[in-house]
Write a protein that binds this ligand. Sequence first.
Ligand SMILES: [Zn+2]
Length: 153
Amino acid sequence: MVDTDSIQDLFISFKAAFDVTKGLVELNRDDKIQHAVAELNSALMDAQGKAIAAYTAQAAFAEKVEKLEAELSRLKEWSGEKERYELQSRSPISPGAIAYRIREELRGNEPVHWLCPTCFQDNVKSILQESGGATRTKTANCPRCNTTLEFRE
Ligand SMILES: [Zn+2]
């Protein structure tokens, strides 16, 4: 969508330039011609400035549309992807914690993995990474938001 006010201003400026040009043809004195030419130049410079402003506004709008289309595409893809996971709060996750586990029937050749519940709510897929822990307890961190969960073996 183009900024219609800028485009309208552009047409007004060009009409002014044409009006000055028409008056120039009707003049026969040098000083009047010079004055008309100065007016014409001013009108044309005004038109040029407004055309640049309209173009800049249109370019910014196009950039915004492109970003929104990319985000829409990502969210559509995520909408399908998130159906492959289910929220779990039982073993092996430590009591009181929750995370999204890939559904076994949709796992395919992927290893069993868990998604960060915080990032999941932000519509971002972030796989929890094991980061250590004691003998019977493992810790997993989210590389995106640093959420930490404990898993029991
Ligand atoms: Zn996270």
